[in-house]
Design a protein around this ligand. Structure first.
Ligand code: PHE
Length: 367
């Protein structure tokens, strides 16, 4: 007999397939038990990936593994015992397989194929996935929309490029009003000079300076009762500093129905502030002026020991109701407009509005 490196073994060293002599079931079971014992022991004492693999080849090898060889003795078991022999064979196979898997988990941490890689170091920290998220302003918008939704206010939208009519005229802001000053607005003069349409001269385009434009757009197309909120960008050529930016976001609320009063406005603002900031947040109103509300108020809420400016509000001016074809004798309403950045900054203690727009991920990741 010549030596081999283990790849080939003369069949005489193992029981050949289909031995001529019959094998009693007792003998078959005994051989299987003995094999199960040796195999499970071998897996239990394996100390590393190599010795485990050696044992695997010896007992579970697909070609010349010991289990495979014993399986071939099935042929020698008498017919009436075949069923019992088959069941025993399956049970032993399962036992050996489980012992192997246990050892695999013990030695390789159960990492399967990757764990067999000699370069694989299960003690190194893994690669974490960086899950993106919504911008803090978008998160705030979603939350505010949610809160107002629970109070029965439906979201509404309007364009950011607006015309004079919706940004000023229909809101009862007269031609002479300083809010229309070209230095305080982003008029789209280039677009206009290229367009000889005479209606544009009367009704120039601009980046909207307030979301109150949406009040008009909704009322033009809807009959009362109305309860809407509009959240979006507005533009003003302000000098940039910690609290000003030439683009920011507003939330506009509008409710029109019969007998709507300042008490309704105050209740909604109170519920709104309390829902957004938590606990019971007191709200106060002070007299103010806006061309499109009468009376007009400035609303504040009490937060961290002081009164904080909320935004402008008031009872919709009868002239505005008339401009959209409502009967001011029949309907009344309230409107409010609040800065979203300010709400977001207060809640998260952000000290400079510019953090919100410079897109530094070290800042954004914190939300
Ligand atoms: N549009 C006003 C502003 O931008 C706020 C406001 C909205 C006031 C609705 C009254 C009613 O300052």
């Amino acid at each position: 007999m010549f030596m081999t490196d283990g790849l080939y073994q003369p069949s005489l060293t193992r029981q050949p397939i289909m031995s001529a002599t019959a094998m009693p079931i007792e003998e078959f079971v005994k051989q299987l038990d003995e094999l199960a014992h040796r195999a499970t022991t071998a897996f239990e004492v394996a100390t590393d990936a190599d010795s485990l693999d050696e044992a695997r080849v010896q007992f579970l090898g697909a070609k010349r593994g010991e289990f495979k060889s014993l399986q071939k003795n099935m042929g020698a078991v008498p017919g009436e015992s075949k069923k019992e022999a088959g069941m025993k064979l399956n049970a032993v196979k399962k036992t050996i397989q489980l012992a192997f898997e246990d050892a695999q988990v013990r030695l390789l941490g159960g990492a399967g194929e990757a764990a067999k890689d000699p370069e694989f170091d299960p003690t190194l920290p893994g690669h974490s996935f960086r899950v993106g998220k919504l911008h803090p302003i978008t998160q705030t918008i979603n939350e505010l929309k949610d809160i107002m939704g629970r109070l029965g206010f439906t979201p509404a939208e309007g364009p950011e490029v607006e015309d004079d009519h919706h940004n000023f005229e229909a809101l009862n802001i007269p031609r002479s009003h300083p809010a229309r000053d070209p230095l305080d607005n982003f008029y789209l003069s280039v677009a206009q000079s290229q367009n000889n349409d005479s209606t544009l001269a009367d009704n120039p385009l601009l980046m909207r300076s307030q979301t109150s434009t949406v009040q008009i757009r909704v009322m033009e197309n809807t009959e009362p009762p109305i309860r809407i909120v509009s959240l979006g960008r507005v533009y003003r050529p302000d000098e940039t500093d910690a609290t000003h930016y030439p683009m920011f976001h507003q939330i506009e609320g509008l409710m029109v129905d019969q007998n709507v009063t300042l008490a309704d406005l105050k209740t909604v603002l109170h519920l709104f502030a309390t829902n957004y900031l938590g606990n019971d947040v007191p709200v106060r109103i002070r007299p103010s002026f806006f061309p499109f509300t009468e009376p007009s108020v400035e609303a504040d809420y009490f937060w961290n020991g002081k009164w904080v400016e909320f935004g402008g509000a008031g009872i919709v001016d009868p002239n505005v109701l008339r401009s959209v074809g409502y009967d001011p004798e029949k309907y009344s309403g309230f409107a409010f407009g609040l800065g979203i950045e300010r709400l977001c900054m207060i809640r998260h203690q952000i000290t400079d509005i510019r953090y919100l727009f410079t897109n530094d991920v070290r800042f954004l990741r914190q939300f």
